[in-house]
Every structure is written in structure tokens, then in C-alpha cells.
Design a protein. Structure first.
Length: 230
């Protein structure tokens, strides 16, 4: 989940983790070795099961972690092109679409990112009736996995719409994210900031308040709410 934003500032899509320099240097060899082992492992899995999407998806994650975004895009493209064995919900394929959109976003190819997010929502739509059926068959835990995953897709779509300047679609994407995951305080925070930028101060105030109700430790929402109250 990406971090929430402040008024006048939009964060990068992927959270930046600050490392201790000396520790980072000491672990460089081990990380390189892990990357090689992971690459060999999933390359071998692809050779043995070329028609399965998951090895391509996991290898793409390894490429992303190593900074090879183009390699990740290539593997994710292969993953989503393979037939899905699932009759109802294929988490691996849907996650691959999400990761592919994020990879395009990281390359600042925002229209391509939007294309992939919209495509997966079109190919694998969810409705309340669908979720009710999934709950009956698989239980509430599966429904929560589905709704949180789709909430992430809409969050990512909202950020891409921001980058293209489409505020209305950005707002609608956040609203969809919240409808799927009402406990998504980050989406409420970002929606509050968006409302403020659109001149909707009352809506901004309500969204930021709701973010803090969900997560009292959300300092970004608290800071923005304080600024809004001035």
C-alpha cells in the first residue's frame, strides 16, 4: 500500500525505505547471492512448467527488486498471457496485472499503467452478487482477500489518473477503493487531499476525519486535518 500524501505533495508510488548505509553495504553480497538463487530457481520452474503463470510472476518480482523494470514487464506480460486454471478467481493473474501496472507507473508510462488496471477490472469484474457467492463457497476470508486486492488496484489507478491530470477519475477510483475496503485509511487520506485541491473543503474534512477514526496513528491525515482547520 502506498503512503498517504500531504497537501501540495504527491509521493512516489512505491514506498521508499531508508537503510543504514553500513548495514546496506555489508549485506550487498548476500542480496546478490539471493537474487542469483531466486533467478535460477524460478527460471528452472518456468522451464519445467512453461504454461503456469505464477513462476513468471515471482520471477518478475525478483526483477523488480533488482531494479530491472523492463525484465519485470516482460515476465508479467507472459504471466497474464497464459490461460487461467481458475474457474472463478485467479489471484495470481490479477496480482500480475496489478504489478504490471505498477511497473509501467515506475517507468512513468502512466497511460500504460491505466490501461492494465482498467483491463484487469474489465476481464475480472466483481459485483456484490459475485462476492456473496464467493463467501458461500469459500468463506469470508477469501472475500476479504478479493476486496483488499481490488481496493489496491483502484488505489493504484487513482494515482495514475493523478499523474495524467484526470481529477474526476482519480476521485472515483478512490471512492471505489473505499467501497471495497472501508478500513483503507490511506485512501481516505488521499481522497481528503484531493477534495481539498478541488476546493471541496467540507468533503476533505470528513475524509480526513474518517482516516483518523480508522487509524489514529495516521500522522499524515492528522497533519492535513490541522492545516485544513486553520
Amino acid at each position: 500500500m502506498r503512503q498517504a500524501k500531504d497537501f501540495g505533495h504527491r509521493p512516489a508510488f512505491f514506498t521508499v525505505f531508508i537503510s543504514i548505509v553500513l548495514l546496506n553495504s555489508a549485506l550487498t553480497f548476500n542480496r546478490s547471492r539471493f537474487w542469483i538463487d531466486e533467478y535460477l530457481l524460478f527460471s528452472d520452474a518456468i522451464d519445467k512448467s512453461p504454461r503456469k503463470s505464477r513462476p513468471h510472476s515471482v520471477l518478475a518480482r525478483a526483477y523488480m527488486d533488482s531494479g530491472d523494470i523492463d525484465g519485470a514487464i516482460e515476465e508479467l506480460g507472459k504471466a497474464i498471457s497464459l490461460p487461467s486454471p481458475a474457474a472463478d478467481f485467479d489471484e495470481a493473474i490479477i496480482t500480475s496485472y496489478l504489478d504490471l501496472g505498477r511497473a509501467y507507473f515506475k517507468k512513468k508510462m502512466f497511460s500504460k499503467a491505466i490501461e492494465k488496471y482498467v483491463e484487469v477490472l474489465r476481464l475480472y469484474p466483481i459485483t456484490r452478487e459475485y462476492l456473496d457467492v464467493m463467501k458461500m463457497i469459500y468463506g469470508q476470508t477469501t472475500v476479504e482477500i478479493i476486496t483488499k486486492l481490488y481496493s489496491e488496484i483502484y488505489d493504484s489507478l487513482a494515482m495514475a489518473y493523478y499523474e495524467t491530470g484526470d481529477r474526476t477519475r482519480e476521485m472515483n477510483a478512490y471512492l471505489m477503493s473505499i467501497s471495497l475496503n472501508p478500513e483503507n485509511d490511506g485512501a481516505y487520506t488521499n481522497l481528503g487531499v484531493l477534495y481539498f485541491e478541488m476546493g471541496k473543503r467540507e468533503e476533505a474534512y470528513r475524509s480526513l476525519q474518517r482516516a483518523l477514526q480508522i487509524n489514529p496513528m495516521n500522522e499524515v491525515a492528522r497533519r492535513n486535518l490541522k492545516n485544513l482547520s486553520r
